[in-house]
Design a protein around this ligand. Structure first.
Ligand SMILES: *Cc1c(COP(=O)(O)O)cnc(C)c1O
Length: 397
């Protein structure tokens, strides 16, 4: 998945444009910038790549999710439903808006189970935020119809599935807004950065203001601009955008490599009766950033992972070896270890969370092995890796 693997001439050229004119900020300095608008150009490139009307770049993916929720009007007293398997950024963003995260079980897609979402809807629910984990998507038709029925917003965290599709549409364009991260390990990178995409003009305008202290960006005197709303600073720099612009132009190249390497691994593993693959919802096309499969039991997954680690096959066992992606290890969240005061609803919500049982998700995460697909592998390396994985699994189970 990581775009940093193929950092090269194209990225260097864009960065050198910025170093050449010295304009590191995305706004203003029109005369000095000699025609270089890296953040703006990357936004245009994202609109083109994802066939969407608006894109707003930000300083991180976490900022993207926070800003999307905020401009959707979500705040104190509201609840946002998120999956128990996601990156910590999802609940952090909900908490930053003042809203309360409500975590629900996942299913064999490794994303939120629509039935679990339905059971979690309360009078306080304002939004459902599926997270398209490890390169594949939630069951969007089921979630869309639930959101429609209950009048809820649907905000996609597509940070880990950049370039994936559902029924012909890019992930991130199906709900009201879609969020991306361009941090150092995502499919395309800015070093640090994020993006929100939407077809909604109103949200797009608010995002433009909200991410830059509420500036309306009208006229050419920044100091004299007015502030229709309270905003914050979630701006990305021109240097980071320059890297991202070159990477965004190469997205299709990166996706093709991911697919090629993913297919080599999958073709080798698919004859093993010991494992099953994660389910991809009907009509879905993965981004191929990861290959995920289930072993019959936690113990067998543990044994295979030990051998993978010993033999240099890097893979991720979220259940026991990773503290960042699954509710099981989030003691800091369950105990509400916030450095500053949280509001009453948040404290109540986290108290409920600390008693919640996630045995359905445990059943999937406890048996799942997730293999990051590198785009820098050679074909030979990928084939060697596939053979080693088959040999290890066959010898252990
Ligand atoms: C990476 C990631 C984010 C946040 O990204 P940052 O840019 O690192 O803040 C959010 N959600 C998911 C699912 C991610 O994988």
């Amino acid at each position: 998945m990581p775009g940093f693997e193929l950092f090269g001439e194209a990225e260097r050229k864009e960065v050198n444009d910025v170093l050449g004119n010295g304009v590191l900020m995305r706004y203003g300095f029109d005369a000095q910038r000699q025609g270089h608008w890296k953040a703006k150009s990357m936004e245009a490139e994202l609109c083109h790549q994802f066939d969407v009307k608006h894109a707003q770049l930000l300083s991180s993916g976490t900022a993207a999710v926070t800003a999307a929720l905020a401009v959707a009007g979500i705040g104190a007293g509201d609840e946002v439903i998120i999956p128990a398997f996601t990156f910590v950024a999802s609940f952090e963003a909900v908490l930053m808006t003042g809203a309360t995260p409500v975590l629900v079980d996942i299913d064999d897609t490794l994303t939120m189970a629509p039935k679990a979402v339905e059971n979690a809807i309360s009078v306080k629910t304002r939004a459902v935020m599926p997270v398209h984990m490890c390169g594949s998507m939630a069951d969007m038709d089921a979630l869309l119809s639930l959101c429609h029925k209950h009048g809820l917003l649907l905000i996609e965290d597509a940070c880990q599935a950049i370039g994936g599709k559902y029924k012909g549409r890019s992930l991130g364009t199906i709900g009201d807004m879609g969020c991306f991260s361009f941090d150092a390990v995502k499919t395309i990178t800015c070093g640090e950065g994020g993006g929100v995409i939407t077809n909604n003009d109103h949200y797009a305008k608010l995002l433009d203001h909200y991410t830059d202290h509420g500036h309306d960006h009208i006229g050419d005197n920044r100091g004299a601009e007015s502030h229709p709303i309270i905003g914050y600073n979630f701006r990305i720099s021109e240097l980071n955008s320059a890297v991202g612009l070159a990477q965004a132009r190469r997205l299709q190249e990166f996706l093709a490599l991911q697919k090629k390497h993913y297919t080599v691994l999958k073709d080798a593993l698919k004859f093993l009766p010991q494992l099953t693959f994660r389910r991809v919802p009907e009509g879905g096309e993965e981004s191929y950033a990861f290959l995920n499969f289930f072993l019959p039991s936690v113990d067998e997954a543990k044994t295979v992972m030990t051998q993978f680690n010993a033999q240099g096959i890097d893979a991720c066992f979220h259940y026991l070896e990773n503290n960042w992606h699954y509710v099981r290890a989030w003691e800091h969240l369950k105990e509400g270890r916030s450095v500053n005061n949280m509001n009453h609803s948040q404290k109540e919500g986290l108290a409920r969370l600390s008693k919640q049982n996630f045995h359905v998700s445990d059943h999937y995460i406890g048996r799942n092995i997730s293999c990051l697909i590198k785009i820098g592998w050679s074909l030979e390396e990928t084939e060697d890796r596939a053979r080693s994985m088959v040999r290890i699994i066959n010898s252990m189970i």
